[in-house]
Design a protein around this ligand. Structure first.
Ligand code: DQA
Length: 154
């Protein structure tokens, strides 16, 4: 009896979505967000994704509607999950929250700083209740922890 060859499973696709001002990481408020550049964060995430056999696409926008469009696109392009740092929109955006709820893709929210330790207006996340969970306060490692968490559920 000939053995049937197992077809290799397709790698999962994850969209990494960075919100406003995160393109300035490494330059902006270094005391809070550290010295590591936006480019290096994405490079390191891509290396981790390779180890996890996950395909990553990285997007950043300073515009709320564009972030909503990226979330819709992730659905249309059959992504398996979203890793998002909505940055300041975390605390204000009903539109991003609704987009995550609309596409129903498993989404993990991450923050570099611990938003609960900071100003009161940052304590509330409008987007986290639409997500599987939130990782906050581990510096840029929050992104890696978020990808590991997402990788294990998709
Ligand atoms: C942030 C926290 C937000 O409150 C802030 O507006 C950001 C970055 C973080 O990663 O710690 O821009 O999302």
């Amino acid at each position: 009896m000939s053995k049937k060859k197992k077809s290799p499973s397709k790698p999962k696709k994850v969209l990494v979505l960075h919100g406003p001002n995160l393109n300035l990481l490494g330059k902006r408020e270094k005391g809070i967000y550290g010295n590591i550049s936006f480019e290096k964060i994405n490079k390191d995430l891509k290396s981790l994704a390779k180890e996890l056999d996950v395909e990553l696409e990285v997007k950043q926008s300073n515009i709320e509607g564009k972030i909503v469009d990226f979330i819709h696109e992730a659905y249309k392009k059959d992504f398996d999950g979203i890793l998002i740092n909505p940055a300041a929109y975390t605390h204000t955006s009903v539109a991003i929250r609704d987009a995550i709820l609309a596409v129903k893709l498993p989404t993990v929210e991450v923050h570099i700083s611990n938003i609960h330790k900071r100003e009161e207006f940052r304590h509330k996340s409008l987007t986290a209740p639409a997500c599987v969970g939130q990782i906050t306060g581990f510096g840029v490692d929050s992104y890696k922890l978020g990808l590991l968490a997402l990788g294990s559920i998709i």
